[in-house]
Write a protein that binds this ligand. Structure first.
Ligand code: ZN
Ligand code: MN
Length: 147
């Protein structure tokens, strides 16, 4: 096994009393190597040919386990299905309005805005979300051709 992140994640699950199964291993591996913030359905479709007995419910149950163990975070966007992100560091996302692609955007975490929000509203503030919207390079070049 060459992926140190995968080994570490397996250890974390073991510490949480979660035993490894081939399906669980495949879902975890897929998530850790994916940069695309997949939905449960996308994970299912990517792996179903290797695991004909796997159901979407299996994928969901595993994602819930991984989330509880702090290995992935769930990204919700209104009514659309949740997406899953194995990058647990604080980071922002740029989202394509055309195709829905989500790309990590490394930018200093803006803790100042949390302090300001707390100061101005009296709330106890512990997090914030910021999303940047536009067209990904592919969609943008397609829209340029049409015009
Ligand atoms: Zn796009
Ligand atoms: Mn991300």
């Amino acid at each position: 096994m060459a992926n140190p992140r995968l080994n570490k994640a397996i250890e974390t699950l073991k510490d949480n009393g979660v035993r490894m199964t081939p399906q669980r291993h495949a879902i975890l591996d897929f998530l850790l190597s994916s940069m695309s913030h997949p939905t449960a359905d996308e994970i299912y479709k990517a792996l179903e040919s290797n695991f004909p007995n796997m159901s979407v419910a299996t994928v969901y149950n595993n994602l819930r386990l991984f989330k509880e163990a702090g290995l992935v975070r769930e990204l919700t966007f209104g009514d659309a299905s949740s997406r899953f992100d194995a990058n647990m560091t604080d980071h922002y996302h740029v989202i394509c309005k055309q195709c829905g692609q989500i790309t990590d955007f490394d930018y200093p975490y803006q803790s100042e805005i949390e302090r300001e929000a707390s100061k101005k509203t009296g709330y106890f503030v512990d997090s914030h979300r910021m999303e940047i919207y536009g067209l990904c390079p592919e969609c943008n070049s397609k829209s340029q051709i049409k015009n």
